[in-house]
Unconditional design. Structure first.
Length: 294
C-alpha cells in the first residue's frame, strides 16, 4: 500500500494507472499535475485524482510513488523540475514508448539520484488520448517492459514489478537498447507505415471514392494511423536510428515483392506470400521472452 501517488501528466496513461491503483486498493491518495488546469480539474471530478497540484514538483512532494506520464520529449525537462525531491526510497517510473533517450536523460539530470528511477513501458493504449478515456482496466493482461539503469535500486525494481503485477500486467525486463530495437520493429515502424499508407490513399484524386469502398481489412490495417500525432512525432524522432534500420529491411522485402510482380514470376510471388502467411499463422502475440542482450 502506498500513501500517495504523484502523477505528472494526467492523461490516458497516467489517469488509467491512478484508477488501477485505486481499484486495487494500493494507494490512499492521488495527487496529479498537468500543464492544463482544466485537465486536472476534470481528473478530480472523475475521481482519477484526489488533489490537483500546481506544479510537477508539488505532485512529487509527499509521494512515495511517482508516475511520469509525459511525452518522451518532455522527460528531461520533467526530471529537471523534480530532481530536488527524487529520494532513494521513492519509486519513480515513466511510461515512455522509447527508453534509451529516457535513460540518458535520467543519467544527465538525476545523476546519483537515478537509483530511484525504474523506466517502464506499458504495452497498452488507445487511439484516443486524454483523461476522459482513462480506464482502470487498461493495463490488465498487458505486458509492461522495465529497463532499469545499472544503478537502479534492486528494492525499487522489485517494488515496480510488484505494483504493475498487482494491477494485472505481465512484467518483462530488458535493456533500453534492446527495447528500442525491438519496438522499432513491432510498433514504431508499423505506425510509420500506417501513417504513410493511409495518406497515400487519401491524397489521391480519387482517394475519397477509394476510401468509401474500404472494408474491414483496410480498417484493421490502418487503425493505428489515427494515433495521437504529437505522441508519435516524439516517438519516431527519439528512436529514429532503430526505426530507419527497420525501414531499410522493410524496403528490401517490398522490393523483392515488387520485383517478382514486375517480372511476372507468379511462382516466386506465391512463395514469398506463403512464407509470410505461414509465419503469421504460427505467431502468437506475447509468446516467447525477449533476450536481455542483443
Amino acid at each position: 500500500m502506498f500513501n500517495q501517488l504523484g502523477v505528472i501528466g494526467v492523461g490516458l496513461m497516467g489517469g488509467s494507472f491512478a484508477l488501477a491503483l485505486k481499484r486495487a486498493g494500493l494507494v490512499k491518495r492521488v495527487v496529479g499535475y498537468s500543464k492544463s488546469p482544466s485537465t486536472t480539474e476534470r481528473a478530480r471530478k472523475m475521481g482519477v485524482i484526489d488533489v490537483a497540484a500546481e506544479s510537477a514538483l508539488l505532485a512529487v512532494s509527499g509521494s512515495d510513488i511517482v508516475l511520469m506520464a509525459v511525452p518522451v520529449s518532455a522527460t528531461e525537462a520533467t526530471f529537471k523540475a523534480i530532481r530536488h525531491l527524487v529520494e532513494p526510497h521513492v519509486l519513480f517510473m515513466d511510461v515512455g514508448s522509447t527508453k534509451r533517450d529516457v535513460v540518458d536523460a535520467a543519467r544527465r539530470v538525476l545523476k546519483e539520484r537515478a537509483s530511484a528511477f525504474v523506466p517502464a513501458h506499458p504495452i497498452a493504449g488507445k487511439e484516443v488520448a486524454g483523461v476522459a478515456h482513462a480506464d482502470a482496466s487498461l493495463y490488465t493482461g498487458r505486458q509492461v517492459i522495465i529497463t532499469p539503469l545499472p544503478q537502479t535500486s534492486p528494492e525499487l525494481i522489485q517494488k515496480a514489478t510488484d505494483v504493475w503485477s498487482a494491477i494485472g500486467a505481465q512484467v518483462l525486463r530488458m535493456t533500453a537498447e534492446n527495447h528500442d530495437a525491438a519496438f522499432a520493429a513491432v510498433s514504431h515502424l508499423p505506425h510509420m507505415l500506417a501513417f504513410a499508407f493511409f495518406s497515400s490513399v487519401a491524397k489521391q484524386p480519387a482517394g475519397k471514392d477509394f476510401l468509401s469502398l474500404a472494408g474491414p481489412g483496410f480498417r484493421d490495417f490502418t487503425r493505428i494511423a489515427a494515433s495521437d500525432p504529437e505522441v508519435w512525432r516524439d516517438i519516431l524522432m527519439s528512436n529514429r536510428e532503430e526505426i530507419l534500420k527497420q525501414s531499410m529491411r522493410f524496403r528490401h522485402t517490398l522490393d523483392a515483392l515488387e520485383h517478382v510482380i514486375k517480372t511476372g514470376n507468379a511462382e516466386a510471388l506465391e512463395g514469398l506470400i506463403r512464407n509470410a502467411s505461414e509465419a503469421r499463422s504460427s505467431w502468437q502475440m506475447g509468446s516467447g521472452k525477449p533476450s536481455s542482450s542483443r
